[in-house]
Write a protein that binds this ligand. Structure first.
Ligand code: NAD
Length: 559
């Protein structure tokens, strides 16, 4: 494998900044990814490209792409460059979309083995991943909502139990610490643990539950924050904690439980045995993983029964437990519905920007701008101050902040001006998580228990992608689930580059405004009062088919 060095600074290799930005982002997801040699970015099997020939061909295409051309990518493989026009997206992608009745984990693994498909995760395949920092504010906001609701707005002296220190799960110890809690994360893979210790997301590592509990109990007694990683299997450790009569205040899990083959290590397996079994007996491995998840979730329900705040953090662990016979699995709520839906209803969600220069000062200047522009936005100003203090940059310097409709456009247009006036050292790329108001249908995560029962309708993210294409975004992607997520979700991703030009100003204005508009419309259609309020306060052009004017049928007569 040839090593690559991230291109930074203001020197271009491509024919324009839009292409160069997308190329740098594709390099960045690998630089901060979990297993770049296999093109795996995060979530067990979320890949940046189908295989190395596909990746190299995409690089080649981006290097040669003209302003009026569009690169087409199908499940991580470039399939062609078409003549379009200079306002069209530079890249469009469709990753891992299978026909409904065929969209099962088994079919995905078979197609994946034939190298016909590749799962892009949410932000891996469309080159938007920024490392564990990408999910950290979401995790922090969840802990903060629980603090407000259950613990007098204070997690000092509180014990959080969780598992998984991978690409996304690795954000948990730092988020817990930032919320002032004592957080224990169980992780089965020594390498994942070391990575989080090295990048500053985790403070302490121990090998036994006794050592772990001594550190946690000590911190709880002193009401001091601490993050501890315990090397072990969650399916063994959770029941052991329960058996000892210890009840954490908050319990969740972020192992890659969505994937029974590549993601969740069943108890009793070494990592070598686990990887070997994958090559010889996929059905047997899936069964063992499901059995371990059953034990793991039964322990989580045990904590729930004893009064802990327990929730699913978006890894489909309840779904697999239910399939394994745990009838009560869905008594644990999903984090989106339990804690974040009022934000999504106003299209407030995880918005990100990345300094293509690699200069951290560019991000600091945008932090200052945020604090100055949105002083009354308590969530954002609190977050930016904390992030500055605690969150280390990974790869290209980046920031995430939960901004909503109108705010994202306002920030991006001002940043575009700063690029134009030379206040920032190079262009900035704007993107957002797929887990955003208008961008995801996932009946067991994002859209569980929607007010109108529209949980499984995938029209919304598909419309979102089309809206972003017609709003001239630079990259637009439609993703669906791979591995255990197969058949469970559809989502859309978007990236727009602020290169300081007038054309960028138009692209940012249209895409960012229409992207969040689609989120407000989605929740307004489902009947959320916050969204309806947003529609009227911001004069969003919503059509309400319940309006009395539309109730009268039209009789057509032949002329
Ligand atoms: P990852 O594959 O990078 O890491 C998963 C980690 O879990 C690995 O380090 C693995 O060793 C560990 N693990 C697996 N089985 C274990 C077990 N039995 N006990 C202890 N540790 C075990 O995945 P990731 O990117 O960290 O994502 C984790 C999960 O969170 C995935 O299911 C992902 O889809 C989901 N996710 C949720 C959100 C959200 O917004 N809530 C966002 C992104 C990802």
């Amino acid at each position: 494998m040839s090593a690559f060095k991230l291109q930074t600074g203001s020197k271009l290799r491509c024919k324009g900044w839009r292409q160069e930005a997308l190329l740098r982002l594709s390099e960045n997801v690998l630089a901060v990814g979990e297993a770049p040699e296999r093109l795996v970015v995060y979530a067990a099997l979320g890949k940046a490209a189908r295989d190395w020939p596909s990746y190299r061909a995409m690089v080649d295409a981006l290097l040669n792409l003209e302003e009026d051309q569009t690169l087409i990518v199908q499940s991580g493989k470039p399939i062609g460059v078409l003549k379009t026009h200079s306002a069209a997206p530079m890249v469009i992608m469709a990753n891992c979309n299978m026909i409904g009745q065929w969209a099962t984990a088994e079919n995905f693994y078979a197609l994946e083995k034939k190298n016909l498909i590749c799962w892009g995760g949410l932000t891996a395949g469309d080159w938007q991943y920024i490392g564990s920092q990408g999910v950290i504010q979401g995790t922090y906001e969840i802990f903060s909502r629980i603090a407000e609701r259950n613990f007098d707005n204070d997690l000092r002296g509180r014990f959080i139990l969780t598992a998984g220190l991978g690409g996304m799960g690795g954000a948990q110890p730092l988020a817990g610490r930032m919320a002032n809690a004592a957080i224990l994360t169980v992780e089965v893979n020594e390498e994942s643990m070391q990575k989080r210790l090295k990048n500053g997301f985790l403070e302490r590592r121990v090998d036994t539950l006794d050592e772990a509990m001594a550190l946690i109990n000590g911190a709880v007694a002193k009401r001091e924050p601490i993050s501890v990683g315990l090397l072990g299997n969650a399916a063994d450790v959770y029941p052991e904690i329960l058996a000892r009569g210890i009840v954490p205040d908050i319990v969740t899990d972020q192992t890659a439980a969505h994937d029974l083959v590549y993601g969740y290590v069943p108890s009793g397996y070494t990592l070598e045995q686990w990887r070997a079994k994958r090559e010889t007996d996929i059905p047997g491995l899936m069964q063992d993983a499901r059995n371990a998840i059953v034990v793991h979730v039964r322990a989580m329900l045990g904590f729930l029964d004893k009064g802990a705040v327990v929730f699913d953090n978006g890894n489909l662990i309840r779904t697999h437990a239910k399939q394994g016979g745990v009838e009560r699995a869905f008594e644990m709520p999903i984090f989106t519905e339990a804690f974040l839906r009022p934000l999504f209803a106003r299209a407030i969600g995880p918005f990100r920007w990345i300094a293509l220069s690699n200069d951290p000062d560019d991000i600091r200047k945008i932090d200052d701008l945020l604090l100055e522009r949105f002083p009354s936005n308590r969530i954002v100003s609190n977050w930016v101050r904390l992030a500055r203090q605690y969150v280390p940059f990974e790869g290209l310097p980046a920031r995430i902040a939960w901004l909503g409709h109108g705010e994202r456009t306002e920030l991006a247009l001002e940043v575009n001006r700063m690029v134009r006036d030379g206040e920032l050292s190079a262009p900035i790329a704007f993107t957002r998580d797929h887990l955003d108001a208008g961008a995801m249908a996932h009946p067991n995560i994002m859209t569980e228990n929607m007010r109108d029962g529209s949980d499984a309708i995938a029209d919304w993210p598909l419309l979102n992608a089309m809206i972003n294409c017609s709003s001239c975004a630079d990259l637009v992607a439609i993703h669906s689930g791979g591995g255990g997520y197969s058949g469970y979700m559809t989502s859309a991703g978007v990236t727009i580059v602020a290169d300081g030009s007038v054309a960028a100003e138009q692209r940012l204005d249209l895409s960012l405004t229409n992207d969040t508009t689609s989120g407000v419309l989605r929740y307004a259609d489902a009947g959320y009062d916050d969204s309806l309020d947003e529609v009227s306060r911001r004069s969003i052009g919503r059509i309400d088919t319940n309006d009395a004017r539309y109730k009268v049928p039209i009789a057509f007569e032949m002329p």
